[in-house]
Design a protein around this ligand. Structure first.
Ligand SMILES: [Zn+2]
Length: 126
């Protein structure tokens, strides 16, 4: 990829990072409230519901943190000029895929192969 295009994807990744950080921060800030919900529901004997809600919240924060790591890794690849090359085959990932998913580390054929070998575990498009 021509280096002048790095700045375009760098801007996309930075915007994505800002959004994810805000979401994670908001969820962590709101976790006091959901703890209140958990405690309250203990009184009403509705542990199952409270646990499910708390688990969902935690799962979302974990997922967003992982996305954040992917974005950070992509920004690091821009910094060392390896951005845009497939992790597995070294070919160009392709503008369309990078525009849709700037943190992508594999080209589409390699990503599909990777997901097949990973089975059902990774369906996120990372
Ligand atoms: Zn590839």
């Amino acid at each position: 990829m021509p280096k002048k295009q790095f700045s375009e994807f760098s801007a996309l990744l930075r915007a994505q990072r800002k959004l994810l950080l805000e979401e994670v921060r908001a969820k962590i800030a709101a976790s006091d409230d959901s703890l209140g919900f958990v405690n309250q529901s203990k009184i009403t004997d509705d542990d199952g519901l409270a646990d499910a809600a708390a688990e969902m919240e935690v799962a979302m924060v974990i997922r967003e943190s992982q996305e954040l790591q992917e974005v950070e890794a992509a920004l690091a690849r821009i910094a060392d000029a390896s951005y845009g090359s497939c992790f597995d085959c070294g070919e160009e990932i392709g503008q369309a895929r990078l525009k849709a998913y700037p943190a992508a580390r594999r080209c589409l054929p390699c990503q599909e192969k990777y997901e097949r070998t990973q089975g059902q575990l990774f369906k996120s498009g990372l």
